[in-house]
Write a protein that binds this ligand. Structure first.
Ligand code: NDP
Length: 296
């Protein structure tokens, strides 16, 4: 029987655990603070940021939201990040991507103080992750490792295929999977749009992590029986719903479910884990900043 990996349930458990850590911090006079910065009028980005703020409120993290005019000069964003770096009430800074054209995204990623970079995208933090000494693991791959942990997915010695090589999902996921560490030690292949025969790789995989942003393109015929299938994709496709669209993953869930041993649904799989791990990184940042040991 295929096991459905319930990201909502695992994320709720993680958030409950964070409640205890936040109480410990508050008893020491520290309230974790997460700043979100939005410089875009992309409706999806607006939704993501408001969800992150709501998450903060629910667990007792101070949410500080800065919204910049998408037509403002890039300097406004650079100055905002500099101010947040200097603000002692802010332990984590998240600049919502993608940014408007006039902004140099790499400059922004470099300008967030590494110890406040709860996304884990600053070059120093990327380097530390690759070296096996991560300060903050990027939220999506970290959340996937938590799913492996909760669902007893054996990564050691497994053949893992990551589909996608983005800096925010594919590459950090592959880096974590190859590490000599718990929920690593997998023999890891990274596939992308130039991979000659994707199915030849996925069919050999004990673990497939799909992060390509192509709706439903990995189907059951491309999977090995019993494989663990982690669907990162969140794609809007036209549908006869109130909003006029629905969200689907990169995996064709119905056919994949017939073959996989364990599988994440979309929605309700990886998405809630990404959100929970942002809170997790923020609490970690607050504890380290304050010199208070928190149990995470
Ligand atoms: P990017 O567009 O940055 O990267 C997509 C990657 O997939 C690229 O490396 C690309 O290859 C590869 N790719 C595209 N088409 C194919 C194909 N047909 N076959 C093989 N590889 C292909 O996307 P992101 O990594 O940012 O996001 C991926 C998906 O995950 C999106 O749907 C996004 O919305 C979702 N997402 C979900 C999150 C969550 O919490 N659940 C968090 C972040 C993202 P190449 O490099 O050659 O172009």
């Amino acid at each position: 029987m295929t096991e459905i990996i319930d990201g909502n349930a695992v994320a709720a458990e993680i958030r409950d655990g964070l409640g205890d850590a936040i109480a410990t911090l508050k008893a020491e006079g520290v309230t974790p603070g997460l700043a979100t910065v939005l410089m875009s009028d992309d409706p999806a980005s607006e939704t993501y940021v408001s969800m992150k703020q709501r998450d903060c409120e629910e667990v007792g993290i101070d949410g500080i939201h800065v919204e910049l005019d998408p037509d403002a000069p890039a300097a406004e964003l650079y100055d905002t990040v500099a101010d947040l770096n200097d603000d002692d009430a802010v332990h984590g800074i998240l600049v919502q991507m993608p940014l408007v054209d006039q902004v140099d995204t790499r400059r922004v990623l470099r300008s967030v103080a590494p110890e406040k970079d709860v996304d884990g995208f600053h070059p120093e933090n990327v380097g530390r992750l690759v070296a096996g000494n991560a300060r903050y693991k990027p939220c999506t791959p970290h959340g996937i490792q938590k799913l492996f942990e909760h669902y007893d997915v054996e990564t050691e010695g497994a053949e893992a295929v990551v589909v996608g090589r983005s800096d925010i999902v594919g590459k950090p996921m592959a880096n974590l999977l190859v590490q000599k560490a718990p929920f690593g030690n997998a023999t890891t292949t990274v596939c992308h749009s130039r991979t000659a025969d994707l199915a030849a790789h996925t069919r050999e995989a004990d673990i497939v992590v799909a992060a390509a942003g192509v709706p439903g393109f990995i189907d059951g015929s491309m999977l090995k029986a019993g494989a663990t299938v982690i669907d990162v994709g969140i794609n809007r496709v036209d549908a006869d719903t109130e909003k006029g669209y629905e969200l689907v993953g990169d995996v064709d869930y119905e056919s994949a479910k017939e073959v996989a041993g364990k599988i994440t649904p979309v929605p309700g799989g990886v998405g809630p884990m990404t959100r929970a791990m942002l809170l997790w990184n923020t609490v970690k940042a607050a504890g380290e900043r304050a010199g208070v040991e928190v149990d995470l």
